[in-house]
Design a protein. Sequence first.
Length: 135
Amino acid sequence: MSFELVPAGKSLPDDFNVVIEIPMNSGIKYEIDKDSNSLFVDRLVSTAMYYPCNYGYIPHTLCGDGDAADVLVVFPQPVQAGSVIRCRPLGVLKMTDEAGEDAKIVAVPHDKLTTLYSNVKTLQDLPEITLKQIE
């Protein structure tokens, strides 16, 4: 699959595609290498931490850190690394990492994929436990 051919979405910012790099509950960090357009194991997470959501990016976007927009996709099951899932946003979490500010969009699958989240419109509509796991 050529990840660079995946469009950003149908109607940004309300309807976008997310390329999943790390499935939910994974202790392995994957990353798509821009030069080879391949999915690589970046590292094993050495702590008891895991990814509480599916983690990916919106193709053809660019944020202040020089990378594509990061997205946490809330979904009850892991989505295979390298998959593309159509999403809609709930909000943005302002986070920091070793390079500085690193905002994360929190999203759910688009209603055309599942009605599971049709009543979830903002971050505050998510269960409190989900928000705590993300933070």
